[in-house]
Design a protein around this ligand. Structure first.
Ligand SMILES: Cc1cc2nc3c(=O)[nH]c(=O)nc-3n(C[C@H](O)[C@H](O)[C@H](O)COP(=O)(O)O)c2cc1C
Length: 360
């Protein structure tokens, strides 16, 4: 199974690398974003092998960690091969975050601690965490200051400020840097925009030009060109987020544009390679995180992997119907038979509620 992924893309470096960014030594500036429910251990290892320069945990509740939540602690799990890895925590105040960080760092080694000041979801903001901290610059800075004694680089991920805000994005960053922040990622959407609309690269550029070398960009990175645009705007790193699920080869394609020596099969992968890779990833998730995670990720990736191939709708629909990893494996192994079958007319009645909509 380790047929493709052992190409060691993870040591592939553009000119000027390896170098330290935000206090961490990295091989390249394309990093895996934190994605709740997605960037668990197997996904991090997979994309590390596909070439990302650094991976993030998903956001982890500091309060959940010190209240002893087993599920929360499991989010810290990871393999040795995924370093460098940034631990992302969320909390509304410095006391909680320090207690959470103490527990996390006793469990395993991380290369940086990052504070989530970007999540716009009500279950996070209603307790004063995530993007709610953008409205509380004093506590945001205090959190950074109190994390410094752990001795790791301290990072933050924020969103751009709305135009009517009484503090600009640049001033908010200045406040965090003064408190000791070593690096800041800026997502070019306001909290109110959540994940809709188009991320403003110009707003990210303004901050990147004000703090050279200290800003990473995020927002709408679906193609290699989208990612490169952030470098052109002055960012020193870019976070690949939803784009990695639409194109598993997004990272090698971007590394190639940055001048890395990427094997040609990664630039124009055939269907055998695509299915083998998805099987490899699915197996790993099944063995580590369990069946439901393996099915969730492989369904999402199946929808994207075969884009443009004839018969793909059929394959995706079958993917939506499978109920076990064994069935999914069977589908991925026998994709040729399915694609060559005459189109079966599926009706909504044949699908359990909610499944058709997931892919259409
Ligand atoms: C499903 C999902 C989960 C996310 N989870 C996190 C998270 O845990 N922490 C965080 O800082 N950002 C999180 N984000 C935001 C992404 O890291 C990224 O900033 C955002 O998706 C914009 O990039 P994109 O438009 O290229 O996807 C999440 C986004 C999505 C879609």
């Amino acid at each position: 199974m380790q047929k493709y992924i052992n190409k060691k893309l993870d040591n592939n470096k553009p000119e000027g690398f390896p170098k330290k960014i935000g206090g961490v030594m990295v091989y390249n500036p394309i990093w895996l974003a934190p994605l709740a429910g997605i960037t668990f251990s197997s996904i991090r290892s997979f994309y590390k092998a596909m070439g990302v320069g650094l991976v993030h945990t998903e956001m982890i509740s500091a309060v959940g960690l010190y209240r002893g939540g087993r599920k929360t602690k499991e989010l810290l799990n990871g393999k040795e091969d995924e370093h460098p890895v940034a631990l992302q925590l969320f909390a509304s105040n410095s006391e909680d975050i320090v207690r959470g960080a103490e527990i996390a760092l006793n469990i395993r080694k991380f290369d940086a601690i990052e504070v989530n000041m970007a999540c716009p979801m009500p279950k996070v903001t209603k307790r004063g965490s995530g993007s709610k901290l953008l409205e509380n610059p004093y506590e945001a800075a205090n959190i950074i200051k109190k994390l410094k004694p752990f001795g790791l680089p301290v990072w933050s991920k924020i969103r751009i400020m709305p135009k009517k805000s009484n503090i600009t994005t640049c001033d908010f960053c200045e406040n965090l840097f003064t408190a000791g922040a070593d690096y800041i990622f800026v997502h070019g959407r306001t909290a109110a925009e959540k994940y809709g609309g188009i991320a403003s690269r110009n707003d990210v550029q303004e901050v990147a030009l004000r703090f050279p070398g200290l800003i990473g960009g995020s927002g709408d990175c679906y193609t290699a060109e989208n990612i490169i645009e952030y470098f052109d705007k002055g960012c020193s790193t870019v976070l690949a987020a939803r784009g990695i699920l639409r194109d598993a080869f997004l990272i090698p394609k971007t590394l190639k544009l940055l001048g890395c020596d990427v094997p040609t099969q990664f630039m124009d992968p055939d269907m055998d390679m695509q299915t083998e890779l998805l099987l490899e990833l699915g197996h790993s998730i099944y063995n580590t995180e369990g069946e439901s995670s393996a099915l969730m990720i492989s369904r999402r990736m199946l929808a994207a992997l075969f884009k443009g191939f004839p018969g793909v709708v059929q394959l995706r629909r079958r993917g939506a119907l499978v109920r076990t990893w064994l069935e999914m494996e069977d589908l991925l192994i026998n994709w040729k038979d399915i694609l060559l079958q005459p189109e079966v007319q599926f009706t909504k009645e044949r699908f359990p509620r909610g499944i058709v909509g997931e892919f259409e």
